[in-house]
Ligand binder design. Structure first.
Ligand code: C2E
Ligand code: MG
Ligand code: MG
Length: 618
């Protein structure tokens, strides 16, 4: 009987929200029929149950809006049904109107205690039943709507919270990540380091270390090949740092601090040699060329290392010391690492002072050129001068280039200094030319730093200086180190060719000191090789002492280059070099560098006059 009504109800669930679905429970078929008719006539969907257990099953299945529940039923009375419905998770909230016969004992209080929403007494008046049912269904529907609303609200709040969390995390990620390399940034590193410092119980056997790394040639790559290649290079460096092959897997975090600076945090290190091994593996990893834009790019790195002992209270102090140690490493030689030592701070302060002083010195033009003769080893006559810079410091006196050239290169001051040097050399030479004090083939060698060569307007600068001073360009010889010709070959090659086209001669300085540019030297327009002092110094009477010099001399001959031996200090060295057929030489045996006026005076005096060595002249 109930089946028909249920079918009906199933097909019009859309109306449910407005009207409601009512479960009528009564063991008296007449009551069931009358109530059902009354309610369905009013538009309610009716489900019928004739006993308690059927009522519970149908209530669970259809979850009606309201239940009309007879109290007096066999097996299970209305109160028991009510209790079970309230205990069921699906049916607990369904309001129940009790149906009670007037002749049966009915306790309203007990009914409400069992959770009744209302009650109707039988025989019922249809209006009363409908009024109470309407009231309860409305209430129930309102509650359902409210619940839906709350749920919708809750889910929106949840959604918003999730969105906010997402945004927060993204912001945090942006704030803590380096955009270019996707590595953690400085802030992230400092956070991690601070946390580690706060947590770690440092012991002699259990500590951490920070490695601070700066690429030595990055700026040049960036300036000469452009930012895009520069960016690629930095990404390449980042990749190699994160994929280090090392015996210890203790690198906690690799971060980029900006520019070409990176930092590594090593926790759980037991001894300093582990840190050194990591530094060495970094240098090995970075020593391989990077293939970018179809060419091999070489860079070096300098690494400062700090051992995380208990004396450090702030991460920033540790980083400051790592930075200082890195600069020391940079200062000592290319491609090095250094432990921080407490005395280094003063050196850092000194460097800062040096930079200030140098800027001032450039403004006040305190740099001077001294000239050292380069002697033709056959005729023993002065063939040319090498211009060597000195700093005439107002209080410290004369300062040699070893104390400021490398720093000038690192700080970029070399560009301004290099221009001043070229101006001075060309002015002197032009004046000597005009006064007729130099031979037709006399020349001056000027040292040119790699940074200078890679300036985009270097050719224009040189041309301007040559024109302004009126010097003959064929009298100029640029001395470049091997280091500078090995980097950025294409650019260097182009610049050198353009300089050659202007008749300027090219010389490779300190030849043989480690960069072994031999394999492509023949492709460059080089006129002259200067054998480094370190090869000349060991020369004795023994043939073995000549080392690779014979090879360099014969190779230079086949390539039509002049060989100049640097640092000749004694007669034995001179004789051996002469025997080898080395064309030219330079050294304290002949003359140390002199101020311009004294140097030029040497040209007009017999050699025996300026150096007491007539006994050895050829
Ligand atoms: P360098 O270009 O190889 O210059 C030769 C250096 O060896 C000079 O030192 C010179 O005084 C020194 N020397 C010459 N003969 C002897 C010798 O017989 N024995 C010894 N022990 N030393 C000798 P200086 O003038 O101190 O210059 C050092 C370096 O500084 C130069 O090496 C060069 O790399 C750099 N430098 C000097 N002047 C300039 C400059 O104007 N521009 C640039 N970029 N670098 C410069
Ligand atoms: Mg030189
Ligand atoms: Mg040299």
């Amino acid at each position: 009987m109930g089946g028909k009504l249920i079918d009906l109800f199933d097909t019009c669930t859309a109306d449910f929200d407005q009207t409601g679905r009512i479960l009528v429970v009564d063991d008296t078929p007449t009551n069931l029929f009358v109530l059902s008719k009354l309610l369905s006539d009013e538009g309610y969907q009716v489900i019928q149950a004739k006993d308690g257990s059927e009522a519970i099953a149908l209530a669970e299945q259809y979850q009606p809006t309201l239940i009309l529940l007879d109290i007096m039923m066999p097996h299970m009375n209305g109160y028991e049904v009510c209790d079970q419905l309230h205990a069921g998770p699906l049916t607990a909230d369904i309001p129940i109107i009790f149906l009670s016969s007037l002749d049966a004992p009915f306790d309203k209080v007990q009914a409400f205690r069992h959770g009744a929403a209302d009650y109707v007494t039988k025989p019922f008046q249809p209006e009363e039943v409908l009024a109470r049912v309407r009231h309860q269904t409305k209430l129930r529907l309102a509650q359902a709507q409210q619940k839906q609303l709350n749920e919708a609200l809750e889910s929106r709040v949840k959604e918003r919270t999730q969105l906010l969390e997402l945004a927060h995390n993204q912001l945090l990620e942006v704030a803590l990540t380096d955009r270019l390399t996707r590595l953690p940034n400085r802030l992230s590193f400092v956070k991690k380091l601070s946390k580690l410092m706060a947590q770690t119980q440092l012991t002699a056997e259990h500590s951490f270390a920070v490695l601070f790394l700066d690429c030595d040639r990055f700026k040049r790559v960036n300036d000469s090949l452009g930012h895009r290649i520069g960016d690629q290079l930095l990404r390449g460096v980042a990749r190699r740092l994160t994929q280090l092959e090392q015996p210890f897997t203790n690198v906690d975090i690799v971060a980029r601090f900006g520019g070409d600076e990176f930092a590594l945090l090593l926790s759980e290190v037991k001894c300093k040699s582990e840190v050194v091994a990591t530094a060495e593996s970094i240098l090995v990893a970075l020593s391989q060329p990077f293939l970018l834009a179809g060419q091999d790019i070489y860079i070096n790195a300098s690494i400062g290392m700090v051992w995380g002992d208990a004396s450090y209270v702030a991460a920033e102090h540790l980083l400051r010391d790592a930075d200082v140690a890195m600069y020391q490493a940079k200062d000592s030689a290319q491609g090095q690492y250094r432990w921080f030592e407490s005395g280094m701070h003063s050196r850092a302060v000194e460097l800062l002072q040096l930079e200030t002083d140098m800027r001032l010195a450039l403004e006040r033009q305190e740099f001077r050129l001294y000239y050292q003769p380069i002697v033709d080893l056959e005729s023993m006559k002065i063939a040319s001068f090498e211009a060597l810079v000195r700093w005439q410091h107002p209080t410290k006196g004369l300062i040699g280039p070893d104390e400021f050239i490398r720093f000038a290169e690192e700080s970029g001051l070399i560009l301004e200094l290099g221009q001043q040097i070229l101006w001075m050399a060309c002015s002197h030479l032009a004046a000597w030319e005009r006064s007729g004090r130099v031979d037709a083939d006399f020349s001056i060698s000027v040292n040119v730093a790699p940074e200078q060569l890679l300036q985009s307007d270097i050719l224009r600068q040189v041309e301007h200086i040559i024109q302004s001073t009126g010097v003959s360009p064929h009298r100029l010889r640029f001395e470049l180190t091997e280091r500078s010709i090995i980097s950025d070959r294409t650019i260097v090659n182009n610049v050198l060719r353009a300089l050659k086209a202007q008749q300027i001669q090219i010389s490779v300085d300190d030849f043989g000191t480690g960069y072994s540019a031999l394999n492509y030297l023949h492709t460059l327009p080089v006129d002259c090789l200067k054998v480094d002092r370190s090869f000349v110094q060991p020369i004795t009477h023994e043939t073995d002492s000549l080392g690779i010099i014979p090879l360099i001399v014969s190779m230079a001959k086949t390539m039509n280059m002049v060989v100049v031996a640097e640092g000749i200090e004694n007669i034995t060295q001179l004789r051996q070099l002469q025997k080898l057929g080395c064309k030219q030489g330079q050294g304290f045996l002949f003359q140390k560098a002199l101020p311009a006026d004294q140097a030029i005076a040497l040209l007009t005096r017999p050699m025996s006059d300026w150096k007491n060595w007539s006994s050895i002249s050829a």
